[in-house]
Design a protein around this ligand. Sequence first.
Ligand SMILES: NC(=O)c1ccc[n+]([C@@H]2O[C@H](COP(=O)([O-])OP(=O)(O)OC[C@H]3O[C@@H](n4cnc5c(N)ncnc54)[C@H](OP(=O)(O)O)[C@@H]3O)[C@@H](O)[C@H]2O)c1
Length: 288
Amino acid sequence: MAASPKALLREHHPEYALPLPGSAEATLSLHTGTEMPALGFGTWQLKHHTAETVFQALEAGYRMIDTSGDYHTQRGIGNALRGFGGRREDIFVVTKVEETDDAYEATRRNLSELKLEYADLVLIHRPPEGGVGEVLWQELRRAKRDGLTRDIGVSNYSIEQIEELVYRTGELPVVNQIEWTPFGHSPRMLDFCHDNGIVIMAWSPLTRAQRLNDDKLAAMAARYGRTPAQMLIRWNLQLGVVPLPKANHVQHLRDNLHVFDFEIAPADMIKLRALNEHYSALGRLQYV
Ligand SMILES: NC(=O)c1ccc[n+]([C@@H]2O[C@H](COP(=O)([O-])OP(=O)(O)OC[C@H]3O[C@@H](n4cnc5c(N)ncnc54)[C@H](OP(=O)(O)O)[C@@H]3O)[C@@H](O)[C@H]2O)c1
């Protein structure tokens, strides 16, 4: 079922509480009209056999897979998608190009590794040093015009970098994929993206398991009868942010989908946001 994040979030301001339908097949509308799953599966540093893990994720119910040319998981994902079968349009595939790439050629290369005719979303992985990636963006626009991808977006961009990119090219990204948890996020970025119809995708939404034992988070999770990981995922869903949890262990990837049958109360949403200390697994949030 589709929900316009902006309309719903306005309705539920100030904590953007966004009740979602009860399944991993819930979608959000991008500003281009595309429906995108509300939650996806991350594949960076999948340790075991990528194809096997991604297949298990698809079987469990994930309908969006996030990858990148530099994750070395694309061939495995392609194999998992083939093995899984079904209709191409039922799975949403996100990939990325690097700042030093020829973005058009890199997109073609990614598709060849994925064994797909088109991607659903291609992102500039990060802004190039000292610039906003205007040439990369123009090449991705061309890739979109030529049908290599349905939508295009950015990753690790600041508000100012997005504004500059749009000023120079006239095209608004559909997504900004950034590091995003209660411990590290930016209310200013949340407002900017909501106001402009850009969807935030949360990378490392589980803090790479570094903060799952946080006392306050664990105590709240216990109160809801959920795991800390489920609380972090649900917090994102209720903000209208799309989390991309990664898990090597099949029990983890299954548990991380059981987040559509409970709701975090507004007061607890506020408590979770109060945990913000601009935490980053890399030492510094790149977009603030
Ligand atoms: N655009 C970018 O620059 C960028 C940067 C980084 C990541 N990403 C994307 O975001 C995705 C997610 O980020 P991430 O891989 O860095 O880390 P993450 O999803 O925050 O955390 C993954 C870690 O959490 C553990 N975990 C998962 N579910 C759990 C559960 N239910 N209970 C306890 N532990 C659990 C995993 O353990 P097991 O593996 O042992 O199950 C793994 O150690 C990436 O895979 C990638 O697709 C994008």
